[in-house]
Design a binder for this molecule. Structure first.
Ligand code: SAH
Length: 230
């Protein structure tokens, strides 16, 4: 029988080594999947380098956490591909004073990336279990994030208006309440389309009360589901 001190020593030796392994994987993820595809904003790249993506996936997915694809997080939902998270973050041109609303908390990873860049993040998840686990993950280290369980179609009026809105589930149309809660001069990025095959990521900009939208790229998100009663 080895002494507890032995196990403690072993842990203290292995833990930093393991963190270094993840850091190397993260570095590779940023340079090969994200910078190479054209994401340039230094604040976005820094956030992608800093946030531990492996802490936002279920235990059986940790080994895949830095791969170039979405991963299952339970309840039929996914954590988005790292490149898509970086791209959507860059497209809203995030600034340190921003208040951002996210629809579709999922694992909490996109919210954590935003929280490393902007002042306040509000995020809404419709699946209570996912909302709960994301809250647990985020509260200790990402203190400027607030999570709520609700149908994000209606936005979060209490904290509106937002400098930017990031929707990470595919909607059949752009929810009018979200446009209403966007600041004048604000940007919203949202996947729109009814099936996995026909979704387009759209950038909506609000100026002088009217909105313009621009197609960015074809994407495949899980659908934005609706709650019958709010
Ligand atoms: N941003 C997440 C990934 C999103 S997956 C991450 O970084 O991990 C899309 C999420 O949107 C799922 O968790 C799904 O449950 C949630 N969702 C779907 N419809 C929703 C709605 N109407 N309101 C809020 N969340 C919704």
């Amino acid at each position: 029988m080895l002494s507890p001190a032995f196990y403690l020593g072993l842990f203290l030796l292995v833990a930093p080594w393991q963190e270094n392994v993840y850091k190397t994987k993260r570095e590779k993820m940023v340079s090969q999947q994200i910078e190479r595809r054209g994401v340039k904003d230094p604040v976005v790249l820094k956030a992608m380098r800093t946030v531990n993506r492996h802490e936002f996936v279920p235990a059986d997915q940790i080994k895949n956490a830095y791969e170039d694809r979405p991963l299952p997080i339970g309840y039929g939902q996914t954590i988005s591909q790292p490149y898509i998270v970086a791209y959507m973050t860059e497209v809203i041109k995030p600034q340190s004073h921003f208040k951002v609303l996210e629809i579709g908390t999922g694992s909490g990873y996109q919210a954590a990336i935003l929280s490393a860049i902007v002042k306040e993040v509000y995020t809404i998840e419709i699946v209570p279990e996912l909302g709960r686990s994301a809250t647990e993950r985020l509260t200790s280290r990402y203190k400027n994030v607030q999570v709520k369980t609700a149908d994000g179609y209606n936005g979060w009026k209490e904290h509106a208006p937002y400098d930017a809105i990031v929707v990470t589930a595919a909607a059949e149309h752009i929810p009018p309440p979200l446009i209403g809660q966007l600041k004048d001069g604000g940007k919203m990025v949202i996947p729109v389309g009814s099936s996995f095959l026909t979704q387009m990521l759209i950038l909506v900009e609000k100026k002088n009360g009217s909105t313009t939208s621009r197609n960015l790229l074809p994407v495949a998100f899980v659908p934005l589901t609706r709650k019958k009663t709010e």
